[in-house]
Design a protein around this ligand. Structure first.
Ligand code: ADP
Ligand code: MG
Length: 254
């Protein structure tokens, strides 16, 4: 499979009146088309910083972000979904999911019909004129996903997208959202602090060290499971093995 993203020797520091905070040091990895990557590491190690650099929102001090299929183009093919769904209460669901298109002057018939298809596929058709507060947590997350998918990104970056949800809901919503993203044929990098979530979602887990963050470990996950659900993944015989590997990586770090 082809390489969709190349993170090449990225280093990054924040500068403020208090001084310099070295966040990332010489981070390199590649992501293949269709791969699901989980990014884990201690709190404050630079996970969000790395996503913002991949998204093109921050420029690295050294190193480069490459999209080998589209050399020379900016990161327009990246969709970024944050921890909070960031839906605007004063806009209807429909006007929330079309916001990205509106801002990018892409309200074309094609794109709108894609949105309409996703709304009905994701069971949100009847909610298009509702306000975000009238939807459940899972439905809001679906709406946020539609808004992200509307611009047809090839690579989705999700920064702790489920952490605002309670445990039960999180299992269901993470299964749901990940299956939808797989079905849409997208590549994904998801940041999570939940090791079990990382194992059950990802094809490969990248473990970052403490600040200044380096790639500490890369673990390919292969689970024998009967279906694509977070619960089935957690019941796979290999699950515990991966959990122990990650646990060791993380406790080295604390
Ligand atoms: P993570 O997402 O892994 O928890 P972040 O990428 O948010 O970590 O932050 C990495 C480090 O950089 C932290 O120590 C954080 O305090 C610091 N940091 C993040 N944003 C800024 C900023 N805008 N200015 C200064 N320091 C920052
Ligand atoms: Mg973060």
């Amino acid at each position: 499979m082809s390489t969709i993203l190349k993170v090449d020797k990225i280093s990054y520091s924040y500068h403020s009146l208090q001084g310099e905070t070295k966040a990332l040091h010489n981070i390199s990895f590649e992501v293949k088309q269709g791969e699901f990557i989980a990014l884990v590491g201690p709190s404050g190690c630079g996970k969000s910083t790395l996503l913002s650099i991949i998204a093109g929102l921050n420029r690295p001090d050294t190193g480069q972000i490459l999209f080998p299929n589209h050399p020379g183009e900016p990161a327009v093919r990246v969709g970024y979904m944050l921890q909070k769904d960031h839906l605007f209460e004063w806009r209807s669901i429909y006007r929330n999911v079309t916001l990205g298109l509106e801002l990018n002057h892409q309200m074309t018939a094609d794109k709108l019909s894609y949105i309409n298809r996703l709304l009905s596929e994701y069971g949100l058709e009847a909610f298009r004129n509702k306000k975000p507060s009238e939807l459940s947590g899972g439905m809001k997350q679906r709406a946020a996903l539609i808004r992200t998918l509307a611009l047809n990104p090839e690579l989705l970056l999700l920064d702790e997208p489920f952490s605002a949800l309670d445990y039960q809901t999180r299992l269901a919503v993470s299964t749901d959202i990940c299956n939808l993203i797989r079905k849409a044929g997208k590549t994904m990098i998801i940041v999570t602090h939940d090791l079990s979530e990382a194992i059950s979602i990802a094809d490969r887990i990248i473990v970052l060290s403490h600040r200044p963050s380096t790639v500490k470990d890369m673990i390919r996950v292969e689970l024998s499971k009967s279906e694509d659900s977070v619960l089935a993944a957690r019941n796979a015989p290999e699950f515990k093995h991966y959990f122990n590997l990650l646990w060791e990586d993380m406790t080295d770090e604390s």
